[in-house]
Design a protein around this ligand. Structure first.
Ligand code: FAD
Ligand code: FES
Ligand code: FES
Length: 508
């Protein structure tokens, strides 16, 4: 057995940076959120609580951490209401209060918000400012669509979004800048002077942990292993533990369902689980790689995923949430699964030293139930690279364009030899109790010509594949109708009969 955390003296305090100072907290409650800490412990009440479930963005903060190379810093907006405080260990927390200059002056993001009248009651404003700060630090010249995406997780009830979008575009103007070249937060991407960046990196290195974090408070425990071997041992020893990746599902169990999580194992510090690599045959994704890291790699190989990913939650959720968490959570309406099923994805599951491969198609065994055995966890996701003759298309149908859960999500991957359909994978979310392939429909397509009569015949057997769920999001009848329509739409778009996508970036 690998020397596990239980053999080592437990490190019981977490350390993170706030306004340049190292903060150390002993025995933090494992499920205390960053928002609770800010508002109740520090009385830093600039950060607001609206929904406590990652939807409104009022609680947005920015987290900076050393990048994989350990020599650069990545900056991401996250929802503090569902982020557990212990996950800040080794990182920097930046709140709206951090933006004030030593002389009280406004940060360029704040100045632009004032100048463009981007605030009325002000409740949403700190959250918008923090989302804009993340944009400012990551993108030197955003397009209108980049701005829309950066703000997709922030709701305003008063101002309307136009002045806020104006502020996003004005924050780079000369007139918005203030003079403080030693302040790292002031440099937009590409304009950092070396000195403040290097200071930031060395401070983050000084609090970087190399051993397992193990905290215990109020009868609850949280372990944060550093290696897959250590993680595997911990899970084997305590198979009933809650695995915490980005917490964008688990966080809500605490804030909304008031569940007590007595034993938590945090995956976010296992470097191997955050790796993404591309070989000649497949893309291999560590289960704890964030959606923000995974999406560009998948889109490079499967451009059809672009729209689906832009519509997957919001940047703060994608910055924390992981692909592994989306798969493991086993929601029938998870957005990544239909596409991954259509791509014939294989999961690498691990228990102790043993690994096994399982097609994603065999992973879901019932409503929110998976083939994972006690002590086993999802280690990697392998997405085969496509044959050049096969085309993937995905569709998300939801009531809102941004930040909404799907009523139906569909993915089609059809391989052609000339006109003949030689491979067919058709998958839907939101129809059955699990994300599922439409195997009878696929059989109807295989070996036939890719033409309207074949598609009509395949549409007719979809009823045999699914008995749709019926809930407040959509009726069973509606779901089934949309299911049929999407297959037809895929055919029409693929054959050029209808080429204009609704999104198609024509919102710019
Ligand atoms: C506001 C909001 C909007 C959202 N919008 C969308 C959306 O548009 N589309 C969508 O599909 N989802 C959406 N979600 C759901 C959520 O963001 C995703 O499911 C996300 O991918 C979960 O990843 P996570 O890392 O946060 O998982 P966590 O919350 O950390 O974990 C989720 C589950 O997976 C388990 N788990 C995590 N990693 C592993 C592993 N390696 N092995 C075994 N079990 C594991 C956990 O124990 C838990 O049961 C939204 C959530 C919120 C709060
Ligand atoms: S309080 Fe609404 S997203 Fe956090
Ligand atoms: S200014 Fe009032 S909610 Fe946005």
């Amino acid at each position: 057995m690998h020397p596990s955390s239980s053999d080592k003296p437990a490190a019981e305090k977490i350390s993170f940076l706030l306004d340049g100072e190292i903060i150390e907290i002993n025995d933090v409650d494992p499920t205390r959120t960053v928002l609770q800490y800010l508002r109740e412990d520090l009385r830093r009440t600039g950060t607001k609580e609206g929904c406590a479930e990652g939807d409104c963005g009022a609680c947005t903060v920015v987290v900076a951490e050393l990048d994989h190379d350990g020599e650069s810093v990545r900056v991401r907006a996250v929802n503090s209401c569902i982020q557990f405080l212990a996950t800040l260990d080794g990182k920097e927390l930046i709140t709206v209060e951090s933006l004030r200059g030593k002389d009280g002056s406004l940060h360029p993001v704040q100045k632009a918000m004032v100048d463009c009248h981007g605030s009325q009651c002000g409740f949403c404003t700190p959250g918008f400012v923090m989302s804009l700060l993340a944009l400012y630090k990551n993108n030197a010249s955003p397009t209108r669509l980049d701005v829309d995406d950066a703000l997709a997780g922030n709701l305003c009830r008063c101002t309307g979004y136009r002045p806020i979008v104006d502020a996003a575009l004005a924050m780079y103007d000369e007139s918005s800048q203030r003079d403080a070249s030693d302040d790292w937060l002031l440099g937009a991407k590409g304009t950092n002077t070396e000195k403040p960046l290097q200071e930031k990196i060395s401070k983050l290195k000084s609090i970087r942990r190399t051993n397992n974090l193990a905290i215990k408070q109020a009868g609850r425990r949280l372990s944060s292993p550093r290696s897959v071997a250590e993680l595997a041992d911990l899970i084997q020893a305590k198979p009933d533990s809650t695995l915490l990746a980005g917490g964008t599902d688990v966080g809500l169990w605490v804030t909304k369902r008031h569940r007590e999580l007595d034993e938590i194992i945090y995956l976010g510090n296992v470097a191997e689980l955050r790796n993404i690599s591309v070989s000649a045959t497949h893309i291999e994704i560590g289960a704890a790689a964030t959606l923000s890291d995974v999406m560009p790699v998948l889109v490079e190989h499967f451009p059809a995923l672009q729209e689906l990913f832009v519509r997957f939650a919001s940047p703060p959720i994608r910055n924390a949430g992981t692909l592994g968490g989306n798969i493991a959570n086993a929601s029938p309406i998870g957005d990544s699964m239909p596409a991954l099923l259509a791509l014939d994805t294989v999961l690498v599951l691990r228990e102790g030293q043993q690994q096994r491969e399982l097609p994603l198609d065999e992973y879901y065994v019932g409503y929110q139930a998976t083939a994972l055995q006690p002590g086993e966890f999802l280690e990697k996701i392998r997405v085969p690279l496509p044959a050049s003759s096969s085309g993937l298309q995905t569709y998300k149908v939801s009531k809102r364009f941004d930040q909404d859960i799907s009523a139906i999500c569909a993915a089609f991957c059809i391989g052609l030899d000339g006109d003949e359909i030689v491979t067919a994978r058709v998958a839907y979310g939101g129809l059955a109790a699990i994300p599922k392939r439409a195997k009878q429909c696929e059989q109807m397509l295989l070996g036939k010509a890719f033409e309207r009569a074949t598609i009509d015949a395949a549409i007719n057997v979809l009823d045999a594949d699914f008995q749709p769920i019926d809930d407040m999001r959509a009726s069973a009848e509606y779901r089934m109708q949309v299911c049929r329509n999407l297959l037809l739409r895929f055919y029409l778009e693929s054959t050029g009969a209808e080429t204009e996508r609704v999104y198609g970036y024509n919102r710019a």
